[in-house]
Design a protein around this ligand. Structure first.
Ligand code: Z5A
Length: 213
């Protein structure tokens, strides 16, 4: 639940599915409606969170355990919530985050094998019931996502070195979570052209902003 005046939107999906590209589209769309928007990302979003991101993505950290990974995700998230997300929402701004807690269930839970119950305990401790108003799940085949990432030509991080089966588990976990709460989640066919994906996003944003001046 989000009891603050601003709304909280999160973007999720496997790598290369188009989250970062469309975050900019959502920001522009909402800003054009006169809404004040803050964009951010996880892990990261604050000075401390970005430092933790550096630790999490570093390809030299081959010995990182799944539990350490999960705790670092929630350490960064706690800072992100207290320092950036909640103050912005309290001020009536809308916050759009490239990934949030669903990623912990999908990556550290489904793919790394940590029990959901353990993740849920951390979620309750850090978030105290707080959750996004809307979550877009960018659904794309792993092959197509990898092709897009390769074409972008950037250096790979620690997660991107995982095998295809790891990402298949992540994809399935997102789809399962979304199917359990269809009111909060919108699954997007991210295999469509950018225009096609943005038309799907716009349809949801129209519903979310209905009634606003
Ligand atoms: N992680 C975790 O394990 N647990 C957690 O709790 C959290 C995160 C919060 C970093 O995330 C890692 O952290 C992530 C999960 C883990 N690891 N992985 N994998 P990240 O979000 O920074 O990393 P990412 O998912 O790898 O981001 P990405 O590769 O940048 O993906 P994207 O943002 O979804 O894609 P994009 O940059 O918007 O698009 C990729 C390319 O495709 C780009 O060149 C676009 O121009 C192109 N594109 C986009 N849309 C289209 C369409 N429709 N058609 C054709 N081409 C397109």
């Amino acid at each position: 639940m989000n009891q603050y005046p601003g709304k909280f939107i999160t973007l999720e999906g496997t790598e290369g599915a188009g989250k970062s590209t469309n975050l900019a589209y959502i920001e522009q769309w909402l800003t054009a409606k006169g809404i004040e928007v803050v964009t951010t990302r996880e892990p990261g979003g604050t000075l401390i969170g970005e430092a933790v991101r550096g630790v999490l993505l570093n390809i030299e950290h081959t010995k990182m355990t799944a539990e350490t990974e999960l705790l670092l995700m929630f350490a960064a998230r706690n800072q992100h919530l207290q320092e950036k997300i909640i103050p912005a929402l309290e001020a009536g701004k809308w916050v759009i985050s490239d990934r949030f807690t669903d990623a912990s269930y999908a990556y550290q839970g489904a793919a790394r094998g940590i029990e959901y119950q353990r993740i849920s305990e951390l979620e309750h401790w850090v978030q105290k019931g707080f959750a996004p108003n809307m979550t877009f799940v960018f659904d794309l085949t792993i092959e197509e996502g990898m092709k897009r990432v390769k074409a972008r030509g950037e250096a790979t991080d620690r997660f991107e070195q995982e095998k295809q089966t790891f990402f298949e588990k992540v994809r399935l976990a997102y789809l399962n979570r979304a199917s359990q709460s269809p009111k909060r989640y919108t699954i997007l066919d991210a295999g469509q052209s950018l225009e096609g994906v943005q038309a799907q996003i716009e349809a949801s944003l129209v519903k979310l902003t209905r009634g606003l001046k």
